[in-house]
Design a protein around this ligand. Structure first.
Ligand code: NDP
Length: 482
């Protein structure tokens, strides 16, 4: 795959089944993070556009909420097919605009397309009416849902959120990340192509402070489904209180990766590198704290050096690249700042460091960096860096490993490597995290995904995600007084 040089102008938003010129006039450049070239321009929507989108979604809800499971299931199938037919475009855009390594971008496109099929399978087996004692309980769609997505997972987050909302019979207004507008535009065209009724899916490109804020305060929005940072989530959660909105908040993490003494280190250590550096290290679930037995530290350092050497950082369109650039200049500077802090606070630099990797100073590339002798209170052990920076901490006993693992304000993910599955399971039961991966990273998109503590509220995916979009109504019928 080659870098695509065609200039993209995205000057329309998608409201009520039409691509229309926004009321907002602010323009923003779209920059290829691998080359810093301007590859396009987007005109951003504003509060008025957001209100129009909400009004369209509110109107569409009246009929869409009454559709049958079969009708919605067919819509999900049609979107899946539309995304498959644009798979190459979507992958290319993800590489070009976001800097995803092409292999990862292909996977992300598949995840995006398949999210609609998984959702379809979930509603086909779901009982929207249940009987509890004397009561009939009907699970009704909640209303208009605002979907707010981050730049590091824009496509798949839009897909998971739209698929679930459609499954539930809810209509949506999407505020995507403006750093991913080419990808969003392709998805909008897929929704349109799939013939989804007008107003069911609306998309307003725009800034968090205008479009996102309007979605948060508007009383016609029933729920915010947000994926992004804990900091922004707190603003949204506060703002949602006045109109008593429900919120699903999928947030950041500082996930521990515990390597037990009995693990095969030759497999576990390379896995630790990929589970932290995947998606260019810009991954909510990144295993960014590596916990290893103290007496094995020197061996771990040697294995880490080899694993990082074997992990190519480079242009994302090259097929063997694993780590591409950071999304933009701000984020590049932020990751550099953390590397500097790590050095200043006294952590030992095992590999990497400040600056660009050799030969890659034209883009926002950072050197994959690993620190050892990191202590629990160091900034790099506590804050989400969101780049390819791994911190190694040591433990003496398994109890201490669990204590260190849980010593974080986050609780999104955790990783355990061990040759003893029973023991790994026992440790998993003591880790405060939404998902625990034992011996590998795996995907089960019908299982709930979300975080404990400051990693979030609520769950996405499968039945758990669906139920967040439904409001139970209890109906009690007396036959005596007919
Ligand atoms: P941000 O929180 O900065 O932004 C997320 C979205 O919120 C963007 O679309 C942003 O718009 C919008 N936003 C910003 N301010 C407001 C506001 N006041 N009201 C409403 N919306 C607003 O996160 P990033 O985009 O930087 O994404 C990275 C973060 O996302 C990381 O912390 C990562 O861990 C987390 N994440 C969590 C996942 C999970 O499933 N748990 C998955 C993927 C990422 P704008 O761009 O205009 O600011």
């Amino acid at each position: 795959m080659e870098d695509n040089k065609k200039f993209k102008l995205i000057d329309k938003i998608y409201i009520n089944g039409e691509f229309i010129k926004p009321n907002g006039t602010e323009a923003m450049n779209i920059i290829n993070p691998s080359t810093k070239e301007i590859i396009g321009n987007v005109i951003l929507g504003n509060e008025v556009d957001t209100q129009n989108a909400i009004a369209a979604a509110k109107k569409a809800f009246k009929t869409f909420s009454k559709t049958t499971i079969e009708e919605r299931s067919n819509m999900l199938k049609r979107i899946h097919e539309a995304v498959i037919s644009r798979a190459d475009d979507l992958t290319k855009a993800c590489v070009e605009e976001y800097g995803a390594a092409v292999k990862a971008a292909v996977g992300r496109t598949q995840l995006t397309a398949n999210s609609f099929l998984w959702a379809k399978e979930v509603i086909e087996d779901f009982e929207f009416t249940k009987y509890i004692g004397k009561a009939k309980v009907v699970l009704e769609p909640l209303g208009v849902i605002a979907l707010i997505t981050p730049w590091n997972a824009n496509n798949s987050q839009i897909a998971i959120k739209v698929a679930t909302a459609i499954s539930a019979g809810c209509t949506v207004v999407i505020k995507p990340s403006e750093f991913c507008t080419i990808q969003t535009q392709i998805l909008a065209e897929c929704f349109h192509e799939a013939g989804i009724p007008a107003g069911v899916i609306n998309i307003v490109n725009g800034l968090g402070g205008s479009v996102g804020a309007e979605l948060t305060r508007n009383p016609d929005v029933a729920m915010i489904s947000f994926t992004g940072s804990t900091k922004t989530a707190k603003i949204i959660h506060h703002g949602a209180v006045d109109s008593m909105k429900r919120v699903i908040l999928e947030l950041g993490g500082k996930s521990p990766n515990i390597i037990l003494d009995d693990a095969d280190f030759t497999k576990a250590i390379p896995r630790a590198v990929t589970s932290c550096f995947g998606n260019n290290g810009q991954m909510c679930i990144a295993g960014s704290r590596l916990l290893v037995p103290k007496h094995r530290l020197e061996e771990v350092k040697e294995l880490i050096k080899i694993a990082v050497e074997n992990t190519k950082v480079g242009y994302p369109w090259e097929s063997d690249t694993f780590i591409g650039p950071m999304i933009n200049e701000n984020h590049y500077n932020n990751v550099q700042r953390y590397i500097k802090i790590g050095i200043e606070e006294g952590a030992e630099l095992v590999v990497g460091g400040e600056g660009h990797p050799k030969g890659l100073d034209n883009g926002y590339f950072v050197r994959p960096t690993v620190f050892a002798n990191v202590t629990r209170n160091m900034t790099i052990a506590r804050e989400e860096i969101f780049g390819p920076v791994l911190s190694i901490l040591t433990y003496r006993t398994e109890e201490e490993a669990i204590e260190i693992a849980n010593d974080t304000e986050y609780g999104l993910g955790a990783y355990i490597s061990s040759s003893n599955i029973e023991k790994a399971n026992k440790i998993a039961s003591q880790i405060v995290a939404g998902t625990v991966y034992i011996n590998d990273v795996m995907l089960e998109m019908k299982a709930p995904f979300g975080g404990f503590k400051q990693s979030g509220i609520g769950r996405e995916c499968g039945i758990y995600g669906l139920e967040e979009h439904l409001e139970p109504k209890t109906i009690l019928i007396s036959n005596e007084n007919i």
